[in-house]
Write a protein that binds this ligand. Sequence first.
Ligand SMILES: [Fe+2]
Ligand SMILES: [Fe+2]
Length: 368
Amino acid sequence: MATNAAAAEPVTPKSSVASDFYERLHALQMIGLWEMYGEYSKVVKNGLLDEPPYMWRWRDYYPLLLESGSIGIDSDLFQRPEQARGGVERRNLVMYPTGNPAGATCTTMACGVQYIKPGETAPCHRHDPAAIRFIIEGRGAYTAVEGEKFHMEPGDLILTPRWTWHEHGNDGNEPVIWMDGLDSPFVLNYLHADFWQPYRDGYFPQAHAEGHTRRRLGNGFVRPMKRIAERALPVIYPWSEVYPELIRQRDAAENVDPYDGVILEYVNPVSGGPTLPTMSCRMQLIPAGQSTQTHRHTARAIYRVFKGSGWSEVGGHRIEWEAGDVFCLPIWTWHSHGANRGEDAILFTMCDQPLLEPFDLYQEEARQ
Ligand SMILES: [Fe+2]
Ligand SMILES: [Fe+2]
């Protein structure tokens, strides 16, 4: 605030204070509350000052992602210079609008696309931001969390809770692409909880057989009685289980919401709450040829079109989209969606609603 304060022009020029009053006040890293009224009135008038509905088209960024494959994953480019060893060591293109805080796709969340070729590995590290992976194309790659491998198929979602050791690898025979989603803009830019650590030996030893956590968690209806002591576990949500549920819900007309179509939340099986403490992941289906009514809410969202094509109206902008496209929904912005004829549109969403609800800051409104 000190920097802004120094730059702010007083909005009360008719003042009885000494001419250098503001200069002396700002030198103390302080500001008159009345100096900020101009900023407040912008907020009240326009809704919160936030991002426009940025969009990234698959057909634009996919060729660049493939080109990035010529950079070896062990390249110095992927090393964090301040680390004695280790680094980010991931071939990842981040959706990062110019002017946003570091690495932020929107105010609270970040997303990118990661590309891993057969035989490549991304060494183990852990950090305070929590992450999700949503698999886009290819088979044979895995994420290992705390020494347990999770092989991933297109449409699968896997959670890497905060401060869990994780690494990736591709032991299949085709390249694999997934979407990474993190709460890092909130955790790093607002809480400054920038804890990050490479694993000392590069790769975490295998600690469990594949399927270990799934067996502890059961199938979502029943699970072993043994108490789970951890606050969070890595969870994989297979597309093979999510998709039939999406279709079951679509075929029950009462479950098609006028504002969201069919929308399912990935429930965290440990907490029973949202996917992660900071992010709710959802899978949304707009039936072919149908559209939603318009609403707005204080939660932001990043959409990734998984299947089909259609359009969204976001804050007066019409966005035409197709599979692979990514776009942002800013806070408190009117929006509606429609699917083109011939095929249901399926949208994967990351939403920051869990950040707002504990403070009673979540609200939504339907356009009349
Ligand atoms: Fe990571
Ligand atoms: Fe919405």
